[in-house]
Write a protein that binds this ligand. Structure first.
Ligand code: ADP
Length: 542
């Protein structure tokens, strides 16, 4: 017997309809690319998203078409996402930090028909436009006054284009499993792979991760997503913030410590979300200028392992609760969050920081397991590590436009490529990415653990560990460090600091000081490049 409840398809435009109806006056504040701070509301975002949809339809964009966005976090980018999905088309986010050849590859693979972009990226697009035959039109997120002359095909200023619509439009109707968004993983090895979100997966994911143990969003929250809309589906904040009526503060293109600090303070932000690299810049700025944050209560940190020293700095020095989250593009993207379960409510000091250093537990809609090489499930004892595999309503079952044979295991789980432990309380801890773990004498050394420890040294700003070939042990760890501004790193002092805090055989064989560690387009340490930089290097122990 079937239940007698209504079918109410989980479509993305229902989110902005809800925000418009219930939180219509709640603000979306952006640092515009043109310069000034811009203020709008959810009611207005909805009204303009309807115009985007109407205008796209007039340009012949239909269900299933890909519309690329290559843009910073601003209100225009947000309303474009809702407009694109409102006609059943697909927002395809492109990360502008990728190499131009990668952008060309991705846009051609996706067969984008339209590109929406910021003023910043016009030169980049002009340089590659003749290699993008599928693109029929470029829409620049600006007004007529700021629109430069450009040779981009059918280029138009977004505001002019939008003004040609009156907004008298009804959202298209379609199945909730319809594709909504396309985001390519950065493809540090091989070609990038397209993850294709559906309306249903985006809505369910946003509903679920906003729970109090994870993002904890409410109509009283003010959230600053430093994480770009073009990175991993914006951690779903483009949907979950309007869904729960949280005010959004969009940083635009200025992500340095001073600019982010200013936005956090002037807009009375209560929580912010971003990768550790960004928070490192903010902490350095606050330390230098002797500044504190007066309204931020919670920092959502993920994308790569949050160093213990960073958790301590926020929790202890600044009294800000850190929620360490883990996920990946393929998971829409969040999988776990590190809230404190009831049994740990009394934890203090180091024990609390230990708990927060783990990547947390899965929220509803995410199932996890760790397995050995034969696919057998391993125990949740906090010690045994294995391949981390996941299943759920917002986990990929196949990449766009490629053969996906064998992608999922027999139980339908997706292999994350991470190696992890899970403890008896369900807390997961990433040991490493399977391709970064250092294999020494048949045992594994976690590069993440060594990096986290090294950045606790007072002179070290950033650390990366890579495996270097060793005739006896197969691989041994090399620690690469960047000094804090105005400091000099003494190799032996770093090693002395690490001694006793890790197993003896985990100790790096050498320390190399560099001015800068290479990063990927998503702000993570680029180990591939780093390994290449050190390809001729020989360990003193060989
Ligand atoms: P990309 O691979 O393009 O940088 P993703 O965001 O999809 O983009 O990367 C996901 C990977 O990032 C995860 O598989 C994991 O290795 C790493 N990661 C994400 N969050 C964390 C975290 N909190 N701690 C450790 N690693 C993390």
């Amino acid at each position: 017997m079937l239940g007698l409840m209504q079918d109410w398809p989980l479509l993305i435009h229902r989110v902005i309809d809800h925000a418009g109806a219930q939180f219509g006056t709640r603000e979306v504040v952006s640092r515009s690319v043109e310069g000034p701070v811009h203020r709008t509301t959810y009611a207005d975002v909805r009204a303009r998203a309807l115009k985007v949809a109407q205008r796209l339809e007039r340009d012949g964009i239909v269900n299933g078409d890909r519309v690329a966005t290559l843009a910073w976090n601003t209100w225009r980018h947000l309303e474009a996402w809702y407009g694109i999905t409102g006609v059943g088309a697909i927002y395809h986010t492109i990360n502008p930090r990728l190499f131009p050849e990668q952008i060309v590859w991705i846009a051609n693979h996706a067969q984008d028909r339209v590109v929406m972009t910021d003023l910043t990226f016009i030169p980049l697009l002009e340089a590659i436009a003749d290699k993008l035959p599928s693109v029929e039109r470029y829409i620049v997120f600006t007004d007529a006054a700021h629109m430069p002359a450009t040779k981009l095909k059918n280029a138009v200023a977004y505001e002019d284009w939008l003004n040609e619509a009156d907004g008298d439009f009804r959202w298209a109707e379609f199945d909730e499993k319809t594709a909504a968004g396309l985001c390519y993983t950065s493809g540090t090895t091989g070609n990038p792979k397209g993850v294709l979100y559906s309306h249903r997966s985006n809505v369910l994911h946003s509903l679920s991760l906003a729970n109090p143990d994870c993002f904890g969003l409410s109509s009283r929250s003010v959230i600053l997503p430093v994480v770009p809309l073009f990175h991993a589906n914006s951690w779903s904040l483009a949907f979950s913030a309007p869904m729960y009526g949280a005010k959004m503060v969009m940083p635009g293109m200025r992500l340095d410590g001073a600019s982010i600090y200013e936005m956090l303070e002037t807009e009375k932000v209560t929580m912010a979300a971003g990768v550790p690299t960004v928070w490192l810049m903010l902490l350095q700025y606050m330390a230098k200028e002797k500044k504190k944050l007066s309204t931020v209560e919670r920092m959502l940190i993920g994308g790569s392992a949050c160093p213990r020293a960073m958790i301590e700095a926020f929790q202890i020095e600044h009294g800000i609760d850190v929620v360490h989250a883990w996920g990946m593009t393929e998971m829409s993207p969040v999988g776990t969050c590190g809230a404190v379960k009831a049994q740990f409510a009394d934890l203090k000091g180091d024990a609390l920081i230990d708990l927060k250093s783990k990547q947390g537990f899965a929220f509803f809609g995410v199932e996890m397991k760790i397995t050995d090489d034969s696919g057998k499930s391993l125990p949740w004892d906090g010690k045994t590590f294995g391949s981390l595999k996941v299943a759920g309503f917002a986990v990929t079952r196949g990449y766009y436009g490629v053969d996906n044979t064998g992608l999922l295991d027999d139980d339908g789980f997706f292999d994350t490529g991470d190696v992890a432990t899970i403890d008896a309380n369900g807390y997961m801890q990433i040991t490493d990415r399977s391709k970064d773990v250092i294999k020494s004498g048949g045992e594994w050394i976690s590069s993440i653990d060594l990096e986290n420890l090294a950045v606790g040294h007072p002179d070290v700003a950033e650390a990366a560990v890579i495996g270097i070939a060793h005739p006896r042990w197969d691989e041994r760890p090399l620690l690469v460090v960047v000094p804090k501004e105005g400091r000099v790193i003494d190799r032996d002092s770093v090693l002395r600091y690490m001694e006793g805090r890790i197993a003896k055989w985990w100790m790096p064989d050498d320390v190399q000081v560099v001015a800068e560690i290479p990063h990927t387009a998503t702000g993570k340490i680029n180990k591939l490049k780093l390994r290449d930089d050190f390809k001729a290097y020989k360990l003193p122990t060989t």
